[in-house]
Design a protein around this ligand. Sequence first.
Ligand code: HEC
Length: 268
Amino acid sequence: MAIITLAAPAAAPDERVLRVRDGTEERIYPVAELVAAVGLSELTVPDDPLFGSHRTYAGFDLPALLRHIGLGGAPELLLVCADGYSIPFDAAAALKEPVRGLLALRDTAVPADSGRHWQPYRHGTEAISLDPFFLVWAPAKPGADVDLGPETLPWPYQLTEIRRFDRAAYFAPARPPDRTGPEVEHGFAIYQAHCGKCHQMRGVGGSVGPALDRAASASALSTPAQLGAYVRHERWLFPRSKMPAFSALLAPADIDAVVAYLKAMQTR
Ligand code: HEC
């Protein structure tokens, strides 16, 4: 049998960058610089919400990365993704938990010379790459029973930017008008916790789905009962939607409250 020696392909330089916004200052960190400053770590994830169990990722240890980019002590961060997902992150609370976060650069099972960094992931109807970064979590002590689910910890992919963030200031433009009452106030809290990462209201929030106060929006045109049914988003009715099935995530009173908030925010 002939033995053929192939020259190792020259590794293409990693062009990915991490954007950081800290107040009015914007900084850009190339991957090579982060590798040199922070070093690479590996993390085996017991329960990856995208791909299932036991994937091992290579990337940057989250606390070390945050220290290097000047956001080590920031209590709240906003994680901004290429697809319009903008997720508020309570860093102070999450980093106190017995969890380890890794800003992943690649899945170690994907061959380095394949030109890819991840297994292909199907979101809605598209197959997408998770580039540039994917934030993943594992228990600090392997095997420990900690809640790593996407309702407790953020698992953003296509993460492009990390911002210093002040939740109250950020969501202030989306506050309901005065004297709308406690149900609408509760609905505003639900919007901030569950909807703002994908939907804008008064110009703040993510843009995976349409702005919830756009002209002729579903919120303006539907009755509260129809809107409640839509927000529950039963999986069998919307099998391919990027919007989660809130029937399984929110209590009926929370759905009613967010519907009351949406109704209160429609301009006549
Ligand atoms: C992960 C992203 C995501 C989250 C989180 C999310 N949505 Fe959506 N939403 C979408 C997308 C995408 C659509 C567009 C229709 C579709 O693809 O199902 C949508 C559509 C809508 C619509 C119809 C808008 C219109 O005018 O056509 C409403 C109303 C809505 N969402 C309300 C909510 C509420 C309320 C919450 C929080 C309880 C929420 N969504 C959370 C992604 C999201």
